[in-house]
Design a protein around this ligand. Structure first.
Ligand code: HEM
Length: 192
């Protein structure tokens, strides 16, 4: 839907005074929104008992990759006006482009390894790679924060969502560790 909306806007020339910039901002924002939505599936599943929601995580992650790819195309075609050779310089010289690019590479690696066949092929290495989704989201928010010149609302809004989503996982992690050490303690007492 956002893609169709942007496409129609570009065709009908209703994207405002600077359509290229609008396309860059909107495709970037939708990348981050889908990434955060995919991170919200696990807490929603666990807190609200939405057991059937698990496959949505992958779909939303792939949507994030789709918008990130569009974002990159818009950047190269409209902002750099196809001066491909400047991409490397930009990545090396502008820190917000560097972090955006690393985030994009992570999303691309996750997208490439998301088919079931790849999950089987990668075995135990699959999970650590897909945990990088947290790094991709952190870099995405950092990228946005670095770009914002005057409006800090977006950075605070997306940053808060990310902190809540990562905080939930940290709490769950420490709970699991505490349960494990309690169980280990109980079994060593019973064996004495
Ligand atoms: C291929 C790597 C990337 C490049 C080269 C890139 C480049 C850019 C550029 C040039 C802008 C517009 C800046 C401006 O003129 O104000 C932008 C905006 C944005 N990008 Fe990226 N980006 C990349 C990856 C990402 C990724 C992976 C995400 C999300 C996870 C993202 C999220 C955003 C957001 C949210 C904005 C809008 C910022 C605002 O509202 O002002 N970008 N990006």
């Amino acid at each position: 839907m956002p893609f169709l909306y942007l496409l129609l806007g570009a065709i009908q020339n209703t994207l405002g005074a600077d359509p290229a910039k609008e396309l860059a901002l909107e495709t970037g924002r939708w990348t981050l929104r889908f990434l955060l939505m995919s991170l919200a599936i696990t807490p929603m599943r666990e807190l609200m008992g939405l057991t059937g929601a698990a496959p949505l995580r992958r779909t939303l992650g792939l949507f994030a990759l789709f918008y990130a790819s569009l974002h990159f195309v818009v950047y190269v075609v409209f902002l750099l006006e196809l001066r491909w050779f400047e991409v490397g310089d930009d990545i090396l010289e502008r820190p917000y482009i560097t972090v955006g690019f690393v985030s994009f590479l992570i999303l691309a690696a996750m997208g490439a390894t998301s088919p079931k066949r790849m999950v089987r092929l990668m075995g135990r290495r699959w999970k650590p790679l897909h945990r990088l989704v947290y790094v991709a989201a952190i870099l995405g928010v950092l990228h946005l924060t670095w770009i914002l010149r005057t409006d800090v609302f977006d950075a605070v809004f997306y940053g808060t969502l990310l902190v809540l989503l990562l905080g939930y996982r940290l709490v769950q992690y420490f709970r699991r560790q505490a349960r494990r050490s309690n169980r280990a303690g109980a079994s060593s007492v019973s064996s004495q």
